[in-house]
Write a new protein. Sequence first.
Length: 399
Amino acid sequence: MPQLGESIAEATIVDIKVKPGDEVADDQEIIEVETNKAVMGVTTPCKGKIAKVSVQLKETYPVGAVLGYVEASEADAARFAKQAPPPSLDVAEEIPARADEEVAPARQKKISTRDGDGARAGGLPVPVAAKGATFMSPRVRARMAELQLTTADLAGIMGTGAGNRVTIKDLENFMQKIENQTAHEASAIRSGVADAMRRSWTRPLSTIGSSVNLDLVLQDRRSREPKPGPGLYALRALALALAETPGAAAKLIGNRVVQSNSMDVGIAVEAEDGIMVPVIRAADKTSLADLTAKYKELVDLGRQRRISPDMQAGGVATVSNFGTFGMEWGTPIPLPDQTLLLGLGAGKKVPSWDEEKKEFVPRTEAQITLSFDHRSIDGGGAGRLLKRVIELLEAPEQL
């Protein structure tokens, strides 16, 4: 299993395209794997014949697990000798020290049974949802670890223990009720979105909003080919506004303000059972025509779950056009590694007072919101940034 991204420690096998005895070419895609961010292909290191496939469909394996063997020439075998990835530290769970001894063996046993041939014992276990830090007995936490539950999953349980604590009996009763309901396992992308939003919500987030006149954007759009959507106009406007005031997208990490040298802006793309956010690099230096072509390519890749983790990493902000669903207003949540998220609502005809004509005239207006990490930027700075975005949208010739 290759290293599929900086934060990716394991992946699930979703398709095996070869069988023992098949001849394969160099760099031929033979296995598809799914992470919590995308579906990616694993390719052969060289040409040869498939000798063995060591993995099973729908099973999850850590980085470094042997997926199979290729019979190859001695030269290719020497050149592409498998290099074991360096050992990685396990992720510590936020649980009382007494629980560690009970929880760790349960997790170790569960993960080791999923390893492929040659994988390190225990693999690289990185849970999608980290356990919470509120006090629970070691027995309850051990059971939660076995069931892969978080404290948020137990928020609806009324504890019957001392001080309303959740007891092991409360937990088992809760799980019994779940068993009697229709349920299915969450997809990797759904779990990934849930984890990202949980981590985002640990910050003080705020949202401001205003309205924007889209008539000139719609008029400008008619003159362009290919035709960019309103969301791409918003992305371009945000990138230009951030290029003018790059400190607005700076991240607060510890006591340091970290500022990006490139206005890389993500755009939310709906994928099956979740959202993917590919990043357009140097969006302030990318024309609307190029943005349109790039966006079409990303949408196609998103529908195929082929947007890789690298394509989703390193953005300073994201644009979400929730107006495509008919929604007029929303407070979308910025990604954990980003400070800002611009949301654009659906356009609708409203009466607007024309001072020259001394009468109300119709115009297409949309609500636009800016959600931000209040640690990094205050209401004044966010307000000025949003005002500048609106000014650019109402003068699309500048885009």
